[in-house]
Every structure is written in C-alpha cells, then in structure tokens.
Design a protein around this ligand. Structure first.
Ligand code: FES
Length: 112
C-alpha cells in the first residue's frame, strides 16, 4: 500500500492507485477542495509536492496548468497514489468562502 504523508496532518496507508484527491478526502480526512468534481477544470484540487511528485501528467492536467500559468502545484484529481508521496495542503474548504468542497470525484480519472 502506498503511503501518503500530508504535512502537518499525518501519514496514511492508501489503497493502490486511488486518486490522490480521494485519498486526501477519505484517508487523510482533509477538507480538500475539488470544485469541478475531478474534471481537471477548476484547479482547486491543487497541492504542493514535498516528495514523490509523479514525473508525468495527464494531458488534462498539463493543459489546465499551462492555460492558467500555474507552476509548483499539481492537481490531486489527476494523480494516482501508486507510490509513496508527501504533499502540502494549500486549497481547503476552510477559509475559502465556498459552501462545500465540490462534488465527489469519480473513482477513476476521466479520459482526457
Ligand atoms: S481540477 Fe477540479 S477537482 Fe481537480
């Protein structure tokens, strides 16, 4: 089982290949935003990697990060927990002014 470490929160065993956004929500119990429901549109699921950043991106993640000029962040809805990783939470419901974190993303990453 891959280990997910969330800075300031703890370490969690995550089922192999679970979407990172869902592991943050289910295992780490973080109020991670995912406003578009994991569709690679909103970028509110962004996290910073401290270790274990995946070397590849889905085409959808590449596209939206580039369109918005975002660097140094990754989209947790586009990443699978298939190895140990350490992330920093930077986009939470608390303090966002939003009514909720967003619709629950599907179990699998939609094709892009
Ligand atoms: S881009 Fe919207 S949830 Fe990931």
């Amino acid at each position: 089982m891959p280990k997910l470490t969330v800075e300031g929160v703890g370490e969690f065993d995550v089922p192999m290949a679970k979407r990172l956004v869902l592991a943050l929500t289910d295992e780490a119990k973080v109020d991670q935003l995912h406003a578009c429901g994991g569709q690679a549109r909103c970028t509110t699921c962004r996290v910073e990697f401290l270790a274990g950043e995946p070397p590849t991106m889905t085409p959808a993640e590449q596209k939206v990060l580039s369109e918005r000029g975002l660097t140094g962040v990754r989209l947790s809805c586009q990443i699978l927990c298939d190895h140990d990783m350490t992330v920093k939470i930077i986009s939470r419901l608390a303090g966002s002014g939003r009514a909720n974190a967003g619709p629950r993303p599907a179990d699998v990453i939609p094709p892009s």
